[in-house]
Structure formats: C-alpha cells, structure tokens
Ligand binder design. Sequence first.
Ligand code: C2E
Ligand code: MG
Ligand code: MG
Ligand code: MG
Length: 290
Amino acid sequence: GRAELALYEAKSSGGGRTFSRDAGGEGWVLLSSALANNEFTVVYQPIVNATTGLVAGAEALLRWTRPGKGPVSPAEFIPIAESTGFITKLDHWVLETACREAAAWPRAVAAKVTVNVSGRELHQPDYYQQVVDVLIRTGLPANRLVLEVTESTMEADSQVALDVLRRLRADGVRIAIDDFGTGYSSLSRLHHLPADILKIDRSFVMTIQPQDTGAPLIAAITGLAHALGLTTVAEGVEHEYQARVLAHHGCDENQGWLHGRPDAPELIHAALAQQALSPGEPFVKTYVGN
Ligand code: C2E
Ligand code: MG
Ligand code: MG
Ligand code: MG
C-alpha cells in the first residue's frame, strides 16, 4: 500500500524525509500498526566492567522485523519515528518492556538496564511521572535503570528537560550522555548537565590502532569525565587491543561486539544467571554472529 511505498522511498532517499511530520501521517500509521502487530522486539547488549570482565548491565535496543520482509535497521525507522512523533510511543514501550525484563534478572548481580530516550519526551513535564509509574508497575528499583540521552537532546537547553533529569536522578535513576563527542557540548555545559555516565562514541574507540599503547583522545575524554565525577562506558569495542588501551586509560566499562552483540532477552538473562551462580567469574561471550 501507500505506507509501504513511503518506506521504500524513505529507504532510497536515506532517511524519513518523504514522510509527513504530523501524527496520523503515513509514517505514523506504518509504525503504529507495526507496534500493534507485535513486530517490535527489544534486544540487549552486555556492558562489561573493564577491569573485572563482569557484566555490569545491558543496553536495550529496539528491533523491527517486518513479516515476510525481514529486519529494518534502527538507522531507517528511528528517524521516521522521530519526525512523526511516534518515537514517544516506541520509547515508552521499550522502557516498559526493558524494565519488566530487567526486574526478572537475578537480584544478586544487580545489573543495570540502559534505555535510550529521544529528545521529545524529555521536554514533556509529565515524563518524570511516566518513568516513576513504569518503575512501580514493573517493580524495577530506580537505581537499576539508566536513561541515555544525547548531547543534542540537551542542546535545546530546555529547563523542562533539565528539571525532569534532576528529579529522576534524585530518585536514583542514572543518566548517561550517549554518543559523547559527536555533538556540540561545551565544557561548561557538560559540567552542569545532570548526568552520571559518559558514553564514549564508537568513532573515538575506532581511532585506537592495534600497535597503540595509548590513545590521546581516549585519555582526554576519560580524564575529563572522571574530573567531572562521571563514569565512562566505551561504545563499539570490537577488538581486544581496544579493550586493553581503554583499561589502561581507566575507562570503567566497555560495550561492543568483543563482549557480545545485541541479542534476545534470554541470552543476557542466562549470562546474569551464570554470574549469580559463580560470582567473580568474568563473563564469557557465548554468542557469535548476528
Ligand atoms: P546507540 O544508542 O548509540 O546504540 C549503540 C549502537 O551501536 C547500536 O546500534 C549497537 O548495535 C551498535 N553497536 C554496538 N556494539 C558495536 C560494535 O562493536 N561495532 C559496531 N559497528 N556497532 C556496535 P543499533 O542497535 O543499530 O541502534 C542504532 C541507534 O538507534 C542507537 O544508537 C540509538 O541511537 C537508536 N536506538 C536504538 N534503539 C532505540 C530506542 O529504543 N529508542 C530510541 N530513541 N533510539 C533507539
Ligand atoms: Mg544508546
Ligand atoms: Mg550510543
Ligand atoms: Mg552510538
């Protein structure tokens, strides 16, 4: 139908630009029927302590599989969701799903679940209450939830968004700055952001070469983060030599294909159950492939 044609056009033009920006437009209809048809799932990618190798948590990532057509990349459908405004519905569904699944993880490990938040919802004053309601409904303790926001989300300098983040933090929810280094945060802004964790973007991790013993950009970013009282998570860690350099510079946690790809909820659950059974034994990647 027309919606499918629109997705095809969006694909060939490399984004969601062919969609109307209004709620109720084609992109909205396509995504809302996909949600109603249970075509979305949440996968989890382990986040591993850089020193101990233990799983510290997992990032929840949204997946869309169209029946008879296969997977659609988030790089294709997230922009459509953002431009139509449907992203707030999707993000709420991911938050609820991830909190419910993480609430069932073994308590002994106290692993955190990390959920992406698009800019839109943060600018709604009732977003704070929505998160609190989800935590109450699912039974997940607030200190086991991390919300990821990007620097560009915060660029709007919205008092509403800053206030929402401050209230969530006061309840124990942690805030991570996602894709750090790709936006335009000034140092003084970074200093004032209500955040706990800084995620070093994959583009910086990729600059580490096999023969490197150090990496000046990684050293600078981890130094800055720690000076501001933030812990660091490196994104897109694919190679052992990258993990070695990251650990050398005191990066706290790593996330990437080296430790595991985003995968079905059962896999992270099993990894955490294993860790609960043999405390102190580092996580061993059991899954290879995509
Ligand atoms: P992100 O939040 O920065 O997530 C990390 C992305 O890096 C994920 O891509 C993950 O699969 C990928 N990745 C992880 N380790 C490696 C690695 O070692 N090498 C490489 N090459 N890539 C790695 P994914 O799942 O395709 O998601 C892309 C983006 O879509 C996310 O970037 C996030 O911005 C957005 N996204 C995903 N799920 C959600 C969601 O539920 N809500 C919102 N608002 N955005 C989401
Ligand atoms: Mg993220
Ligand atoms: Mg990221
Ligand atoms: Mg990223």
